[in-house]
Design a protein around this ligand. Sequence first.
Ligand SMILES: [Zn+2]
Length: 420
Amino acid sequence: MRIHTALILMMSFFVATGDSLADTDSALMKASQKETAGFVDDLRAIVNIDSGTGYAPGLAQVEAFLVRHLKKLGAQVSTIEAKAKPDVCVESKPSVGRTVVGTLHGNGSLNIMLMIHYDTVFEPGEAAKRPFRVEESKAFGPGVADAKGGALLILHALDIARRRGFKEYHTLTVLFNPDEEKSSLGSREIIKDLASRQDVVLIYEPPKAEEQVTIATNGIAWVHLDVQGAGAHAGLNPEKGRNALVELAHQITQLKDLGNSSIGTTVNWTFLETDNKERVNKIPGQACAIADMRLADSNEIERVQQDATRISQQKLIPDTQVSVTVESRRTPFKKNPDTDRLASLAAKIFSELGKKIEPVAMRYSTDASFAFNPVGGKPAVLDGMGIVGDEIHTPGEWADLNSIPSRLYLTVRMLEILAK
Ligand SMILES: [Zn+2]
């Protein structure tokens, strides 16, 4: 019995190995190469529209572009307003823009979602300052790789698949959200809800190299530190004040080592403000700070909360109140067998092109956090399916136009194989 099983396993191994040496689907490769010119035209069009998180006019323009293209694919399209409360402490604006959801119905049984954000980290005016340009095979411009190139990979791959008569899915859902660069506060619930109904979710953040896909990302939390003291005039009655800023400074100093680099947890204090906006002659009565926390292990939220609560009880200024709260913003997208299987499939498809795929874990965090089910089960999630690029969030951001055909090929083949 045991020998029999081993034999079957060995046989299936040989079959799998044989499959992985399959020839290129040359019709698909040709279609993907032909698609590149139109892809680049579309990329120029949407990179030249400013769509920084919170910039409603530009987000609306890109949204209209995406809706138009989804309708051309035959999708039913709905848009949902990204409403979210502004963050405590930080004077940030609430989420604006709309999440775009397109749905196609086929005649198979697989439910699959392709998703990416269409906001960028750049301020209005950036696209005029440095519009889309191409140097050799590299394209530059705000959001060119992160993630406007990713959005177009979804649309153009689906157009190729449509022309090949691809219908072997039950539902094919496309989601574009407008606020990923600020933790998807107004779109995370829709992502979680739609993802939970899928068998597979593919995410189109940019990989750094052609042969990469992303199989894990860190989580993000914010450590909120709030101090309540008492305001006073610095000249008239400073003795009546309880300086919240001084207490905050003391707390930050003693809470500076909450991280644990051996398991991938970093905690960095990056932001502070007081109720004293413009005047120098007032002792602030309120102060708050936020630390950016990155984590690979969800248990670290509780550990940091406990350590911070204990340490913060040592106060410098009497009669002040200090509170520390760790807020989970994105749970880690952990390494898991379902994702590994999708990465192996990607590798098999790339082998048809004589290329390799290397699964990578990223230090940053993406919407994979909200699509991924941390307790296991559906859906299987794979990230890093976008256009190849690097130096994201900087003026040097670039996308590799040479990566377009192979990346289109990867998505179309993946859809067709998964749906079988
Ligand atoms: Zn991104």
